[in-house]
Design a protein around this ligand. Structure first.
Ligand code: FAD
Ligand code: SIN
Length: 562
């Protein structure tokens, strides 16, 4: 069901409607009234764009033990063993549950089809053509809309977490919704806000991936982990004017070759596994190869040649990739696809235990926004959708208070004249930063990083954060008391306020990524420092951040709630 009125309370609020948020909403006990808040439409998010598939060791030659080993290897020494074991052991059950819910995976006869992706020792990626995410999201969305205990608030942007002033318990959120900034109380909050790829100029992520959950949790004092680890996917479409559309790794898994301008298959010069080496290795191989062979790096790219795969197989497995490439004038049966690396997946996030509990009581986190410990320093392909489903199902154990003290609200209306005069100049400043920040981050915290460059970027980002903190609009967004409701006289301001909130969130996560990248003076997984190119055993520790405090930590997060 959908509603025009802003409800005052829910038993549980789930923020985000990707695979993690949708599945979590279905898993919480039906006796709870659930509010599912999403800042766009229900199918917004990276989940809907997932192509390659979902990993699970379902073949007789394969096993959860082998899946465990591959995940640890990709994670480069920083996976949480307990979390990975939990993931791989529950993978089969997660797949069965998706199939029971109605998800249809490709099959050969009566056997589910599986493909190979980079760094997997066995073909174990289940798929639904090259639109696996859409298949899962569509089915889960249908189920959510049938559930009478779930109320969907779409085009509703969560701004801040609301903590109880005495207990510190998370008891709701503030929200921008239908021309109002208001507060909703709840017994527990589940953040499922996805990743933050939009902080980089080159990204495969959708527009909604602005790291809002991580920024909100940081401002509220939650413990965050391993934020320097960002995965750069080697093969995003690189064509002038085209979005950085992902060309799935499954394409290489099925036999496509990565070649340079001269047609040389260069990936084996950099790693014995060639195109199917871990993503960070292939992304760096492409960058290094371009640096060696090209003078103008700005729009440099290599090519992915699908003509090595039988055409019928390409048609069956990659209809979406064929269609999007065609739209941009590329016939994959006649010519290779121009590709280059782009920011794809954030391994770091809000630290949680196996029950998805963060360090803030009452705050749960699932999906890409969480750091469960399953990905370590680098994620194994197709383990993310699996993590969303396996960990969201843990919310069947969620506990939440269901009685709330009534709160007297004080409403304030912001006249259109104020928005047009006073805020207009402020929105211009915000828009300028929104445009510049991703380039700065791509240059300073992209595939290759260097201490001095990171330090310059930290100064710039800090100066922007101070500049925006002084704006008038800021006080309406982040400094309201929970009794204050702001009504905007014009709904036009909704979009501007959304840009303001997302830009402030992007600045916060940029600051955190840069600080963590400066802190880790080694290279590991998705984090590569040209001034510290080696992996150091002394650095086999997590990077924890809480407010302004950053420190190394050896153990897994079993510190609370278990
Ligand atoms: P998302 O699916 O990103 O959903 C986040 C949700 O939160 C959205 O609904 C968004 O609107 C909402 N939201 C965000 N901020 C707010 C806010 N402030 N207020 C309200 N709502 C908010 N992984 C795999 O395992 N296999 C694959 O094949 C695969 N392919 C991929 C292909 C692409 C192009 C991309 C970008 C990623 C791919 N990944 C894949 C990674 C995987 O899709 C994501 O990590 C995963 O889907 C994240 O799910 P999520 O539910 O955590 O977040
Ligand atoms: C892909 O299809 O290449 C993406 C898979 C993933 O990110 O896990």
């Amino acid at each position: 069901m959908s509603s025009n009125i802003v409800p005052a309370e829910f038993d549980i609020l789930v923020i985000g409607s990707g695979a993690a948020g949708l599945y979590a909403s279905l898993c919480v006990p039906t006796s709870f009234r659930v509010g599912l808040v999403t800042k766009d439409t229900l199918n917004s998010g990276a989940s809907n764009w997932a192509q390659g598939g979902i990993a699970a060791a379902i073949n007789p030659q394969d096993s959860p033990e082998l899946h465990f080993e591959d995940t640890l290897k990709a994670g480069a020494g920083l996976c949480d063993l307990q979390a990975v074991q939990f993931l791989v052991e529950h993978a089969g059950k997660a797949i069965c549950s998706l199939i029971e819910t109605g998800v249809s995976f490709d099959a050969h006869g009566d056997k589910l089809a599986t493909t190979l992706e980079a760094a997997h020792s066995h073909p174990r990626v289940l798929h639904s053509a090259d639109t696996t995410g859409k298949e899962i999201v569509d089915i889960l969305t249908t189920k959510v809309l049938q559930q009478s205990n779930i109320q969907v608030l779409s085009h509703a942007l969560a701004i801040s977490l609301w903590l109880h002033p005495k207990t510190g318990h998370c008891q709701g959120i503030s929200l921008l919704y239908r021309g109002q900034i208001c507060w909703i109380q709840s017994g527990a909050v589940v953040l499922a806000t996805g990743g933050g790829g939009q902080v980089f100029a080159q990204t495969t992520n959708p527009a909604v991936s602005t790291g809002d959950g991580v920024a909100m949790a940081w401002r509220a004092g939650a413990l965050l982990r391993d934020l320097e680890f960002f995965q750069f996917h080697p093969t995003a479409l690189k064509k002038l004017g085209a979005p950085r559309f992902l060309i799935s790794e499954a394409v290489r898994g099925e036999g496509a070759h990565l070649v340079d301008e001269l047609g040389d298959r260069f990936a084996f010069n950099y790693h014995p596994s060639g195109e199917l080496a871990p993503r960070d290795v292939v992304s760096r191989a492409i960058f290094t190869h371009l640096q060696l062979t090209r003078t103008n790096l700005a729009d440099a790219h290599v090519y992915l040649d699908l003509r090595t795969i039988p055409p019928a197989q390409v048609r069956e497995r990659f209809p979406k990739i064929i269609q999007v490439c065609q739209q941009w004038g590329i016939d994959v049966f006649q010519a290779p696809i121009p590709v280059a690396p782009a920011a794809h997946y954030w391994m770091g996030g809000i630290a949680v235990n196996l029950l998805n509990q963060s360090s803030i009581p009452g705050l749960y986190v699932i999906g890409e926004a969480a750091s469960t410990g399953v990905h370590g320093a680098n994620r194994l392909a197709s383990n993310s959708l699996l993590e969303c489903i396996v960990f969201a199902s843990q919310l069947s154990h969620i506990k939440a208070q269901t009685k709330f003290e009534p709160i007297l609200l004080e409403e304030k209306t912001i006249p259109t004249s104020l928005i047009k005069s006073l805020w207009a100049a402020e929105f211009e400043q915000i828009a300028a930063i929104r445009e510049t920040l991703p380039n700065l981050m791509w240059q300073s915290a992209g595939v290759y990083r260097q201490g001095e460059v990171i330090d310059v970027a930290i100064s710039q980002v800090s100066s922007w954060r101070h500049q925006l903190a002084r704006l008038n609009v800021n006080q309406y967004l982040f400094n309201l008391s929970p009794t204050q409701v702001i009504k905007l006289e014009t709904r036009d301001a909704d979009q501007q306020l959304r840009t303001a909130i997302e830009t402030l969130n992007l600045l916060d996560i940029a600051y955190l990524i840069l600080k963590s990248s400066a802190f880790r003076t080694e290279s590991r997984g998705g984090h590569y420092r040209i001034d510290y190119p080696e992996t150091q055993s002394s650095w086999q520790v997590h990077t924890l951040i809480q407010r302004e405090c950053i420190y190394p930590h050896e153990q897994s997060i079993t510190l609370w709630g278990n």
